[in-house]
Design a binder for this molecule. Structure first.
Ligand code: GLV
Length: 315
């Protein structure tokens, strides 16, 4: 097996972990770690397995022997950009890692908004003893758009705070973490309910700009939007309009249509907008390497892979 690892700037961090994990499982492989687009371009012609994040579009054409691709993250939209990966090549994503960390991010930012932590820090810096009345999450309704494993953990945590939770999703079947679920075709019924909407949806042709002007106008006056899914699920220009008009109360954006967010974006300076640089669910190299090596064992044994992406759905 010839394994190529690529993640810009940090691919080599995975090398010792993957080597050790393969050896522990008795698997023999040549492993090449790449930190730059040039390095991965040179390594791809020999690759039959790829562990990657942010592969330059079009690079699959340089990897004719590819037999399996494992994403370093939860999302795979970056690995499905450009000339497509043959549908005969299984694509897997990391599962089981991101729910708790993204849920902490979401709860931290929801609480920061209701407790008005900006105001707390500002009044303290003026040494001012001025009371205000923090709002509460208790009794509020949280909308979770995307009821995969990440959305479900967020829903569980929100309920601990006494929130009602409604979910928006594509699939069906029971979803005990939320009070009610709505299929995408019933998005119009979902949108007016929440005080805050958290987006955990993957980016697919179906979800691109799913949140645009008509959807914002159906949301509750003063509602907040939190995006921890993918930037292009939100139409940024329409979001800016909805925030400027005061219809939306605020936004927390960890993912953006263009990353890094350009320095001249009005979002940086808008009141009640928090921007973070795609940090709500970071890939832990130790976890990802173990996940990958476990899948490598399965791959060699012809067993079902964990985190297999349904190529028709795109996640
Ligand atoms: C991060 O955005 C990921 O998909 O893991």
């Amino acid at each position: 097996m010839r394994i190529v690892i690529y993640r810009r700037g940090t691919g080599s961090r995975y090398l010792p972990l993957v080597r050790e994990g393969l050896a522990r499982r008795g698997l023999e492989a040549t492993v090449i770690a790449c930190d730059t687009p040039e390095e991965v371009e040179a390594a791809l012609p020999v690759a039959d397995v790829l562990l990657a994040w942010g592969l330059p579009a079009g690079d699959y054409a340089k990897a004719p022997a590819l037999r399996w691709v494992q994403s370093i993250g939860a999302g795979v939209d970056d690995l499905l950009r450009g000339p497509s990966l043959s549908s005969a090549v299984p694509l897997t994503r990391v599962t089981g890692l991101f729910g708790p960390q993204i849920a902490e991010y979401v709860m931290a930012h929801l609480l920061a908004a209701t407790q008005d932590l900006r105001r707390a820090y500002a009044t303290q810096s003026r040494r001012a003893w001025e009371q205000w009345e923090p709002a509460l999450l208790r009794g509020k309704c949280l909308g979770v758009a995307g009821m995969g494993e990440i959305g479900r953990v967020i829903a569980e945590r929100a309920r601990v705070f006494g929130m009602t939770v409604v979910g928006l999703r594509r699939g069906d079947g029971p979803c005990p973490e939320v009070d009610r679920t709505y299929g995408l075709e019933r998005m119009d019924e979902f949108l007016p309910l929440p005080d805050q909407v958290v987006i955990t949806l993957p980016l697919t042709p179906e979800t691109r700009h799913l949140f645009s002007a008509p959807q914002f106008s159906r949301m509750k006056q003063g509602a907040w939007l939190v995006n921890v899914g993918r930037g292009p699920v939100v139409d940024t220009a329409a979001l800016i309009d909805a925030l400027r008009s005061g219809h939306l109360g605020g936004a927390v954006l960890d993912v953006l249509e263009t990353e890094p967010l350009p320095a001249d974006s009005p979002l940086w300076a808008m009141p009640n907008v928090t921007i973070t640089p795609h940090i709500s669910g970071l890939s832990d190299p130790a976890y990802v390497s173990e996940f990958f090596c476990d899948n490598a064992r399965r791959f060699v044994d012809g067993q079902p892979l964990r985190g297999l992406v349904d190529r028709k759905r795109g996640y």
